[in-house]
Design a protein around this ligand. Structure first.
Ligand code: NDP
Length: 338
């Protein structure tokens, strides 16, 4: 029998890579999609023709119960969320409902459909993965961060994620469910949405190289992040659900790079001098949260996981993908920024 997986957030960056990874491992994969005319569905059907789709919404408890009941998954990966931190300040209630209460609704759906407790470490049943985030660490006083680092969430997104994280722990401890969280640091790819820094840079560099733009405006070039490749991180998600014991893990590269490193490497990919094009815009400056860097020793030791893709490889793959996409686009599409 093939393992069956249900993924929420399948139209997002990680959902796509995770579905690909699970197909490679022989799974039958279903993606939960919200909205009657989700614009991502045609591309998803083209790129992942074996993906089954079930409709549902993390805001709607009944739809999750129906989806879990219809799919009867062995594993549920809850990646669905409103995931852009600045937007969470504009829509704090919706963020809390989706990103914070969404995991609770999914855990309840599993509990209801399983008749009791889902899977435990010793019994088969439905195993649950929650997409937690380094943003829960917030303002840090020590670096790097590991599973013992206290949380100090500093945005509606981070507080909502902390709720999802503790709910996952609570269902594991109270119901004995096999429910785990991956506390993941930033991970990027050519599929990253354009509002995020790395993709903003790769799109801008490709546009400048093609003569479509002249400048890239950024905030603090000294800000540092632990950036990894999404394709490597979904392997960690899958591996966490194969472990003998249900435990939470920090997933990061352990290396930090500045925004300046990012733009330098990205402009190097198109043989341009970044200093001629990058403008520091004071309106884009944000308070920095200290050095956020993941200590993934536990994942390395217990899961055998470590990142395979270097920062340089990640950045150049993003710039190359945007160059390719923009070069292939009709002229009127290339002129617009989207
Ligand atoms: P994306 O923003 O690319 O994807 C988010 C997904 O959530 C989309 O598929 C979106 O679907 C879905 N979604 C939003 N609202 C709902 C809802 N009400 N019901 C069902 N689905 C919904 O995120 P990523 O792929 O980058 O990240 C995956 C998860 O990992 C997220 O939970 C994110 O917060 C978390 N994470 C990501 C990190 C990163 O660096 N990428 C770091 C740490 C954690 P739709 O098409 O309907 O909009």
């Amino acid at each position: 029998m093939r393992n069956r997986a249900l993924i929420t957030g399948v139209t997002g960056q990680d959902g796509f890579y995770l579905a690909e990874e699970l197909f490679r491992c022989g799974y039958q994969v279903t993606g939960l999609v919200r909205g009657q005319r989700n614009p991502m569905v045609p591309a998803l059907r083209r790129q992942l023709p074996d993906l089954d789709i079930v409709h549902g919404d993390l805001l709607d408890q009944g739809s999750l119960i129906t989806a879990v009941d219809a799919v009867q998954p062995d594993e549920v990966y809850n990646l669905g969320a409103l995931s852009f931190v600045p937007s969470s300040w504009q829509q704090p209630m919706l963020t809390s409902e989706t990103t914070g209460l969404g995991p609770l609704r999914m855990l309840e759906a599993i509990r209801v459909v399983s008749g009791s407790n889902g899977s435990t470490s010793s019994q088969p049943g439905i195993r649950f993965y929650q997409a937690s985030t380094f943003e829960m660490f917030g303002q840090v006083s020590s670096s790097p961060q590991d599973e013992m680092t206290p949380f100090h969430p500093r945005s509606p997104y981070a507080t909502a994620k902390a709720h999802g994280h503790y709910t996952t722990q609570n269902y594991r401890e109270s119901y004995g469910m096999f429910a785990v969280s991956g506390i993941m640091f930033n991970h990027e790819s050519p599929r990253r949405s354009e509002e995020f820094m790395t993709r903003k840079v790769s799109v801008a560099v490709a546009r400048i190289a093609l003569g479509l733009d002249q400048e890239l405006r950024l905030g603090n070039l000294c800000a540092q992040r632990d950036w990894g490749y999404a394709g490597d991180y979904v392997t960690a998600m899958r591996t966490m659900l194969q472990a003998d014991r249900a435990e939470d893990y920090v997933i990061g590269t352990g290396a930090i790079h500045s925004v300046r490193d990012l733009v330098r490497i990205a402009f190097d990919c198109v043989c341009l001098d970044w200093e001629k094009y990058v403008i520091v815009d004071n309106d884009l400056l944000r308070p920095d949260a200290g050095v956020l860097c993941g200590d993934a020793r536990k994942a390395r030791q217990r899961l055998g996981w470590s990142p395979l893709t270097s920062f340089e490889q990640l950045v150049s793959s993003m710039v190359e993908a945007d160059l390719h996409r923009l070069s292939a686009a009709p002229a009127h599409d290339r002129r617009s920024r989207r």
